[in-house]
Design a protein around this ligand. Structure first.
Ligand code: PAF
Length: 285
């Protein structure tokens, strides 16, 4: 059975020992409730490094008080089986009280890139992400950390943090893994009713439409967004949070995708707030 480490000191000890033996460490940070998307990141980490750690920690600081921290699905037994099969070497699953002991007062915040998109409706979210990811880097000492493209703003923010703070870790990004009908895999898909799940297909359909529009020569962001919005708005269960086209690194709005752009969206279906995105490459990119 795969080793599940819960102690911060033990994890540090294991990682320090591996490093001293010249072994490359890969980290896949997760909040558990693993699906094929996470497992593809584990496989990616195994190809790039010798010792793969998957962290499982539902991080309270990235949830606002009105969000789904308590409801977030947790099943460490099931996750451990999947992680072992995917070829990881150990799980780091710390307790909340050890990650954020009484008196905890320190946060890492990336500015500007976190203002828009998800940062607009979740203003404290990225501060929680960058704080916990920094802590994980300081405990696991990974050479490479792997994140998913589905969370495009998250990995842009983390890359900026790593660059700005001179963190000695390479950030690698794995592609979005989709269900056969195109819905991006997400732990939050389990919140969907059958009807909501049926309607979520509109998300991928709208992203494909955006790609087709660009191929046919329509490159103005306003036009593309209007058409994408219309596809999703046809669904009576969909509540659009945002649909935007931005620079994939800076997260600033892009008016025309001739030089490329990231179309990112967040849409509520019932209790599930789903995010998805597509990289649009225009003529000049
Ligand atoms: O993407 C996630 O699951 C989380 O935001 C992360 C990176 C594990 C930090 O809690």
């Amino acid at each position: 059975m795969i080793d599940i480490i819960t102690s911060i000191n033990k994890m540090r000890y294991v990682s320090e020992k591996k490093r001293s033996e010249g072994i490359l460490i890969g980290l896949v940070p997760t909040m558990g409730a693993l699906h094929e998307g996470h497992l593809s990141l584990v496989k990616r980490a195994s190809e790039k490094t010798d010792f793969v750690v998957v962290s499982i920690f539902v991080n309270p600081t990235q949830f606002a008080p009105n969000e789904d921290f308590t409801a977030y699905p947790r099943n460490i037994g099931d996750d451990a089986r999947k992680i072992e099969l995917a070829g990881a070497d150990c799980i780091f699953a710390p307790e909340k009280s050890n990650m954020y002991p009484e008196g905890y007062a320190t946060y890492v915040a990336v500015e500007r890139l976190t203002d828009g998109l998800c940062g607009h409706s979740r203003p404290t979210h990225f501060r929680g992400v960058t704080t916990v990811v920094t802590k994980l880097f300081n405990i696991v000492y990974p050479h490479v950390a792997v994140f998913g493209q589905k969370d495009a703003q998250q990995h842009a923010v983390i890359k900026r943090m790593v660059k700005d703070l001179d963190m000695p870790v390479e950030i690698d990004v794995g592609p979005i893994v989709r269900e056969p009908d195109g819905l991006a895999m997400s732990s939050r898909n389990s919140y969907l009713s059958a009807e909501e799940r049926r309607q979520t297909v509109s998300l991928y359909r709208s992203l494909c439409l955006a790609e087709e529009l660009v191929s046919s020569g329509i490159t103005g962001s306003e036009d593309i967004i209007r058409k994408v919005r219309a596809v999703i708005a046809e669904q009576d269960r969909a509540k659009i949070d945002y649909i935007e086209i931005v620079d994939p690194e800076e997260m600033t709005p892009v008016d025309d995708v001739r030089g490329g752009g990231l179309l990112a969206l967040a849409v509520w279906f019932g209790d599930a707030r789903l995010i998805d995105n597509i990289v649009l490459s225009g003529k000049d990119s």
